[in-house]
Design a binder for this molecule. Structure first.
Ligand code: A2P
Length: 280
């Protein structure tokens, strides 16, 4: 198996690469082009952007300039808090597609749960899927309570829940809930934005396999069965992060990494974002 052949099947029948490439923070065209070029040549096929990243135009331009055909890639974007609501969601997704120079995205996510437009936004998502503007619909930063609440009115449930997930925030109950409900969990900041790379226990495992701590963490995500989208602007790291398919962590090592959990977020608390209607 390698990064390109490694696919998961979503509850709606579509396929998603288990490992993808995060595009958060890349805003200049040159870095966008070179990062996507290296990632694509390495075998990454999932590219993750968002309205909030303010780089959809550059993402679309990069694919065009690199002559990468649409059917060869899996593109995710996310609707921002400001654009939530029924009509504003629909309008904003059309605008995202214009910027991306695409007819559809593969996966559309609600970026954060907010109480102001919780059900209206999801109704728009179900409509956008029917319109063919997205192949799959999902959510991001939803905890169990948000999924349970959504289920009270949804006609179709999310097939992906993209959440902060790394060795200091392992979210085991949420992963179990998602698995039981056929929702693929997807890790954003799978490397904890770089904050978990110096943990001595991980260094010891890395030395044993002749890998980096980043590779050990990504392999842990892989064996946990979740999707994950590391990001880097450095070619050697982009390649290194895809070079995790030639070794296997033992059950004891998996457990050891699970035990590094400290319930520590680098990002916002979903419940407060829900209440304030924006990332506070
Ligand atoms: P850089 O872009 O300078 O390589 P996450 O995906 O959890 O948000 O983490 C991303 C951070 O981790 C980025 O700051 C990135 O920095 C860094 N990073 C990504 N891959 C590696 C790696 N293999 N080794 C060290 N740092 C990495």
């Amino acid at each position: 198996m390698d990064i390109q052949s490694n696919m998961l099947t979503l509850a709606d029948g579509n396929q998603i690469p288990q490992e993808g490439f995060g595009l958060y923070k890349i805003t200049d065209q040159q870095t966008m082009d070179s990062s996507i070029k290296t990632a694509y040549e390495t075998g990454y096929r999932l590219f993750d952007t968002a309205q909030l990243y303010k780089n959809e135009t550059e993402v679309g331009q990069a694919f065009k300039d690199l002559n990468i055909s649409r059917e060869n890639i899996f593109v995710t974007t996310k609707v921002s808090e400001a654009n939530q609501g029924y009509q504003s969601t629909i309008d904003s997704v059309k605008e995202s597609l214009r910027k991306l120079q695409m007819d559809y995205v593969d996966l559309l996510l609600v970026h954060w749960p907010i109480q102001r437009a919780f059900f209206d936004t999801w109704r728009a998502f179900e409509e956008l899927k029917k319109m063919g503007l997205t192949k799959s619909i999902g959510v991001s930063n939803f905890q169990i309570i948000h999924l349970q609440y959504l289920a009270t009115k949804a006609n179709e449930m999310p097939v992906v829940d993209q959440v902060e997930l790394h060795p200091r925030l392992t979210q085991k109950p949420l992963l179990k809930y998602n698995q039981e409900h056929k929702i693929i969990s997807q890790a954003w900041s799978p490397l904890g934005r770089g904050t978990v790379l110096n943990i001595p226990e991980l260094k010891a495992i890395a030395d044993k396999y002749g890998k980096s701590t980043a590779q050990i963490i990504l392999r842990w995500h892989l064996q946990n069965g979740v999707s994950f989208i590391p990001k880097s602007v450095h070619p050697e790291r982009i390649k290194q992060n895809a070079d995790i398919y030639d070794f296997e962590l033992s059950p004891a090592e998996m457990k050891q990494i699970d035990n590094l959990n400290q319930y520590k977020r680098t990002g916002r608390e979903p419940e407060l974002t829900y209440e304030y209607n924006h990332q506070y």
